[in-house]
Write a protein that binds this ligand. Structure first.
Ligand SMILES: [Zn+2]
Length: 394
């Protein structure tokens, strides 16, 4: 199928273009003037009054639509990815949380099945493992009984079973064995991320040099200034700002980080080093007040209120129920330009993961993963590989 997306405002690399987009064989074929003629083979998608951007990329997502990527079947991938596709997420890194070895191996097996399943219409970019080698002091909503020290035999077995499908691993770099793990990451080619970490400033600076170039959900389960015997010790948070090229991802749901803090991150970090993530749990895209974190076999009950998942005692948050459109809306609401907010939801996260794909930029030859939305960032149409998957067909 060939399409011409006509009359929209394209959010491209150099700002907003009033041009048309030609799509053929799943790729962006050409960007042409609105008045330029094209052959009648192209079906016209009317994008008048609408924005056209690359498809959204969520590199930290646990689930949605009632399913979690720790659940056991490809149907769960269908549920979760479809729930987010409706809100513009065309590419996702399914995220596994701290669990026993067997549960992780099962989840990896399921990822491989889902990857081959044609019912999963979003792009699966690779697995993100979050934990289990994290700090017990910064557990957040990860179950304490599943948190452990680096275990080389275990992570090698997991990597072997994953067969190249793990593209990112979030760990605490202050744990013994973090340097060895970084070496393995270089060999295996997955991105390293600092997560659920109680590291001090100097440890993060050293970790950056070892290859830990990304901070998982900045502010959530990240250490900051503490006083030890009166002396101040800075943490992950300060180092993330201090190191210019440290990439950060933020749960821009307006709950985990309020709008003023989102504006603060956008002001003090270079745009290219900021990614928006949902960190969504299974209740995203559902209208429920009770849910649970993790797999059905090993659930952590949570409540959903005020647009966020909370621990049942309401002592803290337990993952977000956000979708990508809400993240973009919040960034715009706190003063970030729409093109910059879109960059944080498309090309930035993709580049941070060092993936060898041609996606999520409106460029000729790139995969035609496209979002078409109104001024309120509400999706009118979503395309994956040049096919309309959300919104009316033309
Ligand atoms: Zn997470």
């Amino acid at each position: 199928m060939k399409y011409r997306i006509h009359g929209g405002r394209l959010i491209a690399e150099n700002g907003i273009l009033e041009k048309d987009l030609l799509i053929s064989e799943g790729k962006i074929e050409e960007i042409i003037g609105r008045e330029a003629l094209s052959s009648p083979d192209y079906r016209v998608i009317d994008a008048s009054e609408l924005f056209v951007s690359a498809g959204f990329v969520d590199i930290h997502q646990h689930g949605g639509g009632g399913s979690d990527y720790m659940d056991g079947s490809p149907e769960d991938y269908v549920n979760a990815t479809e729930a987010h596709l409706r809100h513009g997420t065309t590419s996702v890194m399914p995220t596994l949380l701290s669990a026993g070895t067997d549960a992780l191996l099962r989840a990896i097996k399921n990822y491989k099945l889902a990857k081959k399943d044609p019912r999963v219409r979003a792009n699966l970019l690779g697995i993100h493992v979050e934990g289990p080698y994290i700090s017990p002091e910064q557990a957040g909503a990860q179950k304490p009984e599943h948190i452990r020290a680096f275990d080389e035999a275990e992570y090698r077995a997991i990597l072997k079973a994953a067969d190249g499908n793990i593209k990112r691993w979030s760990v605490a770099p202050e744990l013994e064995g973090a340097e060895r793990f970084a070496k393995v990451a270089r060999e295996e080619g997955f991105a390293l991320s600092i997560a659920h970490s109680n590291a001090d400033f100097d440890t993060v600076v050293r970790a950056f040099d070892m290859g830990y170039r990304h901070v998982t959900h900045l502010y959530s389960a990240t250490s900051s200034i503490v006083r030890r015997g009166g002396f101040r010790v800075a943490g992950v948070l300060e180092a993330a700002y201090f190191i210019d090229d440290m990439n950060v991802e933020i749960i821009a749901d307006g709950c985990h980080l309020p709008l003023n803090l989102l504006a603060y991150v956008a002001k003090f970090k270079k745009t290219s080093t900021v990614a928006l993530i949902t960190d969504a749990m299974r209740a995203a895209g559902q209208n429920v007040s009770e849910s649970f974190l993790g797999s059905r076999e090993d659930p952590l009950p949570v409540i959903v209120e005020d647009g966020v998942a909370k621990m049942v005692d309401k002592s803290g948050f337990a993952g977000s129920v956000a979708t990508a459109d809400r993240l973009v809306r919040n960034m715009v609401a706190c003063g970030v330009s729409l093109p910059d907010a879109i960059r944080m939801m498309t090309v930035n996260p993709l580049k941070m993961m060092n993936l060898d794909v041609k996606k999520s930029e409106l460029k000729v030859g790139y995969d035609a993963d496209i979002c078409i939305f109104n001024d309120d960032i509400q999706m009118q149409k979503v395309l994956v590989d040049g096919k309309i998957v959300i919104g009316e067909k033309v």
